[in-house]
Design a protein. Structure first.
Length: 397
C-alpha cells in the first residue's frame, strides 16, 4: 500500500498515554495522580475508521466492547509497583507495540484502491506460509457476522483473516507474575507486527487489507476464531485450540477477498465443539479463579451468545496483579494438551476420565449443573454454522 494520508491515530490521548508510560517506567520520576484511560486511547485509535468510505455496522443487538479501565488508584496498579529493571523490560515491549499499532492504523487512511477481489489457492497458501514464518501459530477465515461487531464500532470489510500466536508456557505457569504479564505483552506485540506485515503483503498484491488492533479490536475475536474453525471457546471466555490449548492470543485482518476458504464456504463443521461439553464438566477455571469471575453456568447475554465472565471483577484483579492468567495457565488444555484431553474424554454422560488435579476449594454450587440440553436449547444455533440444533438431533443424556 502507498503512504498514509497523514492521519495520526494516536492523537492527544495517545501522546498522553506515552507520556504517562514514560513517567511510570522511568525511575526517579514522579507518578501521575490520575490514571490515563486505556479505553480513551483505544477510542482514539478507532478514530481511523472515519477514513473508511463504507463501514459495515454492527447489528442492533450487538454488545459494546468490554471496558479496559479499572476504577482504581494509580498506586494500586501492578505496573506502578515494578522494579527499575522491570520498567525497562516493559518499555522495550510497550513502545514498539504502540509504534506497530500506529503503523497499522495508518493503513485505514490510505487512498489505496484494490485491483483484485479473489485469491487463488496458491496465493492463500503463500499468505499462510508467510504468517507462520512471522510467528503465527494458526490461520483461519470467516465472514464476519454483524452481531460480532461491537456496538458503536464498524469494520472496513466483512471478510476477515484470523491468526493466533502462542504464548510460552513457562512464564504462564507462575501466574499472576511479572513474567506472565511480560509474556502477554510480547504476544500483543507479535500480533501487531504480524498484522501489519501481512497487510503490506496483501496490498502489494492488489488486495485491500486492514489490520485489527491487537488489544481491543472492533469485533469479538474469540467468536470469529470459533466460526473460523480454529478452536472452541471455553468457560474462561478464551479460545481453546489444538496444540497450544488456551495459551494463545488472536488478531484479525479485514480484507476485500471475497473467496476466502471459510468453513461455511467449504461446507466444513467445527470439529472442536466437543470442548464445550468438556468445559461443562471440568470447570477447573471456575473453581480456581481468585475472585470468582467465571460463572459456574454460562448466562445468555442478549445477542444470541453466552457470557461466562464477570468482566468487572476480572479486570480489577488483573489491574492489581501483574499478568493474571490463572484461568489460562491451569486450563487442562494448556497443561495436558488438546489431544490427551480428547482421548480421555468419554462424552457427556460419563464425563472426562482424565484426572484433573484441583486445589482444595469449597464447592461453587450445591446443586448439580443443568443438563447439557437445557443449556444448548438456550443458544442461538445460527451463530455456529454447521452445528445441528439439538431439537432436531435429540437431547444429550
Amino acid at each position: 500500500m502507498g503512504p498514509g494520508s497523514g492521519l495520526a491515530p494516536l492523537g492527544s490521548r495517545g501522546i498522553a498515554m506515552i507520556q504517562h508510560l514514560a513517567r511510570l517506567l522511568l525511575p526517579g520520576r514522579r507518578r501521575e495522580p490520575r490514571n490515563p484511560s486505556l479505553d480513551g486511547l483505544l477510542a482514539e485509535v478507532d478514530s481511523h475508521l472515519a477514513n473508511v468510505d463504507a463501514l459495515i455496522t454492527p447489528a442492533p443487538e450487538s454488545l459494546p466492547r468490554t471496558p479496559f479501565d479499572a476504577d482504581l488508584p494509580a498506586e494500586e496498579l501492578s505496573l506502578a509497583n515494578v522494579t527499575a529493571r522491570q520498567r525497562l523490560q516493559v518499555a522495550r515491549v510497550a513502545l514498539p507495540l504502540m509504534a506497530d499499532r500506529r503503523r497499522g492504523a495508518r493503513l485505514y487512511g490510505d487512498r489505496f484502491r484494490p485491483t483484485k477481489s479473489e485469491a487463488s489457492p496458491a496465493f492463500i497458501a503463500a499468505l499462510e506460509a508467510l504468517a507462520r514464518r512471522l510467528g503465527a501459530k494458526d490461520v483461519g477465515y470467516v465472514t464476519v457476522p454483524r452481531t460480532a461487531i461491537f456496538r458503536d464500532k464498524g469494520i472496513p470489510a466483512e471478510h476477515a483473516i484470523i491468526f493466533s500466536v502462542e504464548m510460552d508456557r513457562a512464564p504462564l505457569d507462575g501466574a499472576p507474575s511479572f513474567a506472565c504479564q511480560l509474556e502477554v505483552m510480547r504476544g500483543y506485540r507479535r500480533m501487531a507486527r504480524i498484522a501489519w506485515k501481512l497487510a503490506r503483503f496483501l496490498g502489494r498484491h492488489g488486495y485491500a487489507a486492514y489490520p485489527g488492533t491487537a488489544l481491543g479490536g472492533l469485533a469479538d475475536y474469540p467468536h470469529l476464531a470459533e466460526l473460523a474453525g480454529m478452536g472452541a471457546i471455553g468457560y474462561h471466555g478464551l479460545l481453546i485450540a489444538p496444540d497450544e490449548g488456551a495459551r494463545l492470543r488472536l488478531n484479525t485482518l479485514y480484507t476485500n477477498i471475497t473467496n476466502l476458504p471459510t468453513p461455511a464456504r467449504l461446507g466444513q463443521r467445527n470439529e472442536h465443539l466437543w470442548v464445550r461439553d468438556f468445559c461443562a464438566m471440568c470447570r477447573k477455571c471456575v473453581r480456581d479463579c481468585p475472585v470468582d469471575a467465571i460463572f459456574a453456568t454460562p448466562r445468555a447475554r442478549g445477542d444470541g451468545g453466552m457470557q461466562t465472565i464477570d468482566h468487572a471483577a476480572c479486570r480489577d484483579y488483573f489491574a492489581r496483579h501483574p499478568g493474571c492468567a490463572i484461568c489460562l495457565a491451569i486450563c487442562p488444555f494448556s497443561r495436558a494438551g488438546y489431544a490427551r484431553n480428547q482421548a480421555h474424554f468419554k462424552g457427556n454422560s460419563a464425563g472426562p476420565s482424565l484426572d484433573i488435579p484441583v486445589r482444595a476449594a469449597p464447592p461453587m454450587v450445591a446443586e448439580a449443573p443443568p443438563p447439557l440440553w437445557a443449556l444448548c436449547e438456550s443458544l442461538d444455533w445460527s451463530r455456529w454454522p454447521g452445528v445441528g440444533d439439538p431439537a432436531a438431533t435429540g437431547r444429550a443424556a
